[in-house]
Design a protein around this ligand. Structure first.
Ligand SMILES: Cc1cc2nc3c(=O)[nH]c(=O)nc-3n(C[C@H](O)[C@H](O)[C@H](O)COP(=O)(O)OP(=O)(O)OC[C@H]3O[C@@H](n4cnc5c(N)ncnc54)[C@H](O)[C@@H]3O)c2cc1C
Length: 437
């Protein structure tokens, strides 16, 4: 246990906690929480620090579950996969190959695999696919250390209030020490990536979204150009046909990271050149088709540092919202080199899920870390709010409890569960005070 400073991946949130703890067992987590509570210190658990918000920040005791990693059991539930119990600190980059070795896979994934499983589900991490929900939808039960240091199990049947609050709990309800996920049989993905036009794609959106399991696209602002990704699920024994190593290096490492970093440095010095740069970038990223293990297709490395905001809007409002954003960019002097990422998700019933109760489209805007993001994010936030958009809990936004409450029908239930299980607000921090009140 030692004192040290901490910052998140994007370097936009930091902390100097009183203590930094790395417990090696559930008993040690309990003891740490009980001790902090008795000293009147706040406690936050951190995962991989990949949230852009200060959701994980504390000046009290920061707990990392890096010593609580791995799969502890896998029980087949034929024919639909297995119930897999995972220690909460397990990183997705460890979990995915370990599941594959068991003939299993996560039902859906986001576009990186750096997160811890508990951190990912706690802010509502999601991927794309109109028939699929975010990662928290896979949770069947959880084990938590509560604010008084006691250990509690919960599921839809056992302690249902705790379950509904903590499967997407912003770290506000307790420390998840392990969780049981319903995993799918291992599947391959065939990815078809191709350039397209924004206008044409929005005009035929239902067709694109419905034609494959996982559809998403990247729109290059200041242009009508997009890069579409249509991913189709295939049986786990489908022979792989991955991107050749050299092409993968050029596309995923050189163009998406090394060259992209250089492009952003140039764009930072000469922002007026960005519209031309975006036109060029959109052309360079060409079509490709490949087939690989699902987790290898979903996730890719992200080495260019950026700030991000993501809004969940009702799926039917997507096209108009994007057109509004396009209009704002055209009318303003603002230039942005990062593509806008657009994804889709099914409605779910998780209390604080951004997809609760409605078919959802996600609009993610990014800005290079050396450039100011505020004017752009504020404008997009205003546009998304007009269609009852909900911000990703782990990405930048300026919303407060007062204006989030009307969009979440279970907001008050979440708060009363939090007050019941953490009456002294041991797990509180500034971010939670802002978004939960
Ligand atoms: C490059 C990049 C790409 C991303 N891509 C996506 C994407 O494709 N889709 C998407 O939806 N999001 C994405 N995100 C956001 C990211 O998935 C979330 O912010 C996620 O919460 C980060 O997980 P983490 O392990 O780093 O958690 P942290 O950021 O460390 O913590 C997040 C929250 O979880 C809590 N927490 C952590 N561990 C526990 C625990 N054991 N018990 C209780 N609470 C806990 C923390 O206290 C905090 O409140 C991306 C972020 C980055 C930086």
């Amino acid at each position: 246990m030692e004192t040290q400073t901490w910052h998140n991946w994007a370097h936009c949130a930091g902390a100097s906690p009183r203590r930094f703890a790395t417990p090696k067992s559930v008993a040690e987590v309990s003891a740490e929480v009980a001790r902090a509570a008795s000293e009147g210190l706040h406690v936050k658990c951190i995962g991989a620090g990949h949230s852009f918000t200060s959701v994980a920040v504390t000046d009290g005791v920061m707990i990392s579950l890096d010593n609580l990693r791995g799969i502890t059991s896998a029980v087949p539930v034929s024919p639909s996969g297995a119930l897999v119990t995972v220690l909460a600190g397990t990183r997705l980059y460890e979990l995915n190959p370990a599941l594959w070795d068991l003939g299993l896979a996560m039902v859906n994934l986001g576009d990186i695999d750096a997160q811890s499983i508990a951190g990912a589900i706690s802010t509502g991490t999601h991927g794309t696919g109109a028939r699929f929900g975010g990662l928290a939808n896979q949770i069947r039960s959880l084990q938590l250390v509560l604010a008084d240091g006691t250990v509690a199990d919960c599921s839809a049947e056992e302690n249902p209030e705790l379950f509904h609050a903590s499967r997407l709990g912003l770290g506000a309800v307790g420390i998840i020490v392990s969780l049981t996920l319903h995993c799918a049989p291992a599947y391959m993905l065939r990815a078809v990536e191709a350039p397209a036009r924004l206008g044409e794609t929005l005009a035929n959106l239902d067709e694109h979204v419905g034609s494959v399991d996982h559809f998403e696209f990247y729109w290059f602002p200041h242009t009508d150009r997009i890069l579409t990704k249509h991913n189709t699920r295939l049986p786990g024994d489908t022979p792989p046909d991955p991107v050749p190593a050299l092409r993968a290096y050029i596309d995923d490492e050189l163009l998406s990271n090394t060259v992209f970093e250089g492009v952003n440095r140039i764009a930072t010095r000469f922002p007026a050149a960005i519209p031309q740069i975006n036109k060029l970038t959109a052309r360079v990223l060409g079509a490709r088709t490949y087939t690989d293990r699902s987790y290898r297709v979903f996730a890719s490395p992200r080495r260019v540092r950026f700030r991000e905001m993501e809004y969940a809007v009702p799926a039917e409002a997507l096209a108009d919202t994007l057109r509004e954003i396009d209009r704002w960019i055209t009318d303003s002097d603002f230039t942005v080199a990062f593509p806008v990422e657009v994804r889709f998700a099914a409605a779910d019933d998780i209390w604080l899920s951004t997809a609760n109760g409605r078919e959802t489209a996600y609009i993610a805007v990014h800005q290079y870390h050396r450039r100011d993001h505020r004017e752009y994010f504020d404008a997009v936030e205003t546009i998304a709010r007009a269609v009852d958009g909900r911000p990703h809990w782990g990405k930048l936004h300026s919303r407060t409890a007062e204006d989030l409450r009307p969009t979440y029908r279970h907001f008050d239930e979440f708060r009363s569960a939090r007050d019941k299980y953490d009456p002294g607000q041991v797990f509180d921090n500034d971010y939670l005070r802002r978004v939960l009140g």
